[in-house]
Design a protein around this ligand. Structure first.
Ligand SMILES: *Cc1c(COP(=O)(O)O)cnc(C)c1O
Length: 380
């Protein structure tokens, strides 16, 4: 099956043996009748397994071209589960240009438990080898990065991970499997905040991990069941429904993203525009190699380069809503320094380019002209 078919049918062959419902029913149940002790139909208790969640997990595995999907109550719950693979004394190398909540989880929870993190620039992939030692267990990559839209070379990271026998995990939230499939490039774990593009309608918080290796899947299933950060059947259903239109939505996100990026670049009140589709983007060639499009996420600064000018602009927007999050059908504008990335210290933020005048757009699937006119009136 091709990708655009897998979004709809992947892993959904027999979702309702009882009545043949085309959509997976929402199995709003905690427990399952047993004919004799231990005699059940594959489900015993909904923390360890639920048919609606299982349908979503098969869909996730299919669209990422993995073998096993695991769904969690949020993206961070998924990362939390992945980090529980490790022990005190283990070391993880992470990109330094990271989603703020991931940084907070790494430093605020797992560092306290004795896991050591190295936050490194991954522009030059070889640069991370200086941090690798006998305790290194995993490399954590987010690409495109949030909010600076840097691109990390996944294949180069795969080579380093394999050479040193450590796991490579990729947060694929921004690209989605429509644009980029890290498992096909050799990554071990793909992580999603399905809250964003996979759900796609800003109405559900959910997270996911997808892997190919059975042993790794068994360890993660144990963590999922033992720690219990699962998602409910209703939320599983909503993401399953969202995934069915992922390819159509992403196509429009890419078209609108390109139009908005080009408009911003030509506007005299705009400073820098960060979008990997520009030929002069420092990692454009890598983006072209590992992604099939450039997506709808764009960051830019004002030419005035002040906090005030950015705040004034986002307050003026009418079609773009000032809000956290991304990846929904509606366009959103955010101010990373005071919103999504406020949990990263100002000095750390500045090092990666998150200046006070930076604005991040999640370009939705509305009419292109309305989006551009909205930005135009705001900037003017
Ligand atoms: C939102 C986000 C997360 C966290 O996911 P939640 O669903 O909000 O817990 C992780 N990584 C990236 C890139 C995100 O955008």
């Amino acid at each position: 099956m091709k990708f655009n078919t897998r979004t709809i049918h992947g892993g959904q062959e027999d979702t309702d043996p009882a009545y043949g419902a085309v959509m997976s029913p929402i199995y709003q149940t905690t427990t399952y009748r047993q004919s004799t002790p231990g005699g059940h139909k594959g489900f015993e208790y909904s923390r360890s397994g639920n048919p609606t969640r299982a349908a979503l997990e098969r869909s996730l595995a299919s669209i990422e071209n993995g073998n096993f999907g695991l769904a969690f109550g949020s993206g961070l719950a998924a990362i939390d589960a992945a980090l529980k693979l490790f022990r005190s004394g283990d070391e993880i190398i992470s990109t330094n240009d990271l989603y703020g909540g991931t940084y907070r989880l790494f430093t605020g929870i797992f560092e306290q438990l004795g896991i050591k993190f190295h936050f490194a620039s991954m522009h030059e992939p070889g640069g991370i080898e200086q941090y690798i030692n006998k305790n290194t267990r995993m490399i954590w990559v987010e690409t495109p990065t949030n909010p600076m839209m840097n691109i990390i070379d996944i294949e180069a990271m795969v080579r380093i991970a394999k050479k040193h026998k450590v796991l490579l995990a990729v947060d694929n939230t921004f690209a989605t499997p429509y644009l980029q499939r890290p498992l096909e490039l050799g990554a071990d774990i793909v992580m999603h905040s399905a809250t964003k593009y996979l759900g796609g309608h800003s109405d559900v918080v959910l997270g996911a991990l997808v892997v190919r290796d059975q042993d790794l899947a068994e360890k993660l299933h144990f963590i999922q069941k033992a720690s219990g950060a699962i998602c409910g059947p209703q939320d599983s259903f909503l993401v399953l429904r969202g995934i069915k239109t992922l390819h159509l939505r992403m196509q429009r996100h890419c078209e609108n993203g390109e139009a908005v990026a080009k408009f911003l670049r030509d506007h005299p009140k705009v400073g820098k525009v960060y979008w990997p589709g520009f030929e002069d983007h420092p990692n454009h060639d890598i983006a072209k190699k590992q992604m099939s499009g450039f997506g709808g996420m764009i960051s830019f600064t004002t030419v005035e380069d002040t906090l005030q000018s950015a705040v004034k602009l986002v307050e003026k927007l009418k079609v773009f809503t000032l809000a956290e999050s991304l990846g929904g059908v509606e366009s959103l504008a955010g101010h990373p320094a005071s919103m999504t990335h406020a949990s990263i210290p100002k000095e750390e933020r500045a090092k990666t380019g998150i200046v006070d005048s930076l604005i991040r757009l999640s370009v939705g699937i509305e009419d292109e002209e309305d989006l551009i006119n909205d930005l135009k009136q705001g900037l003017d």
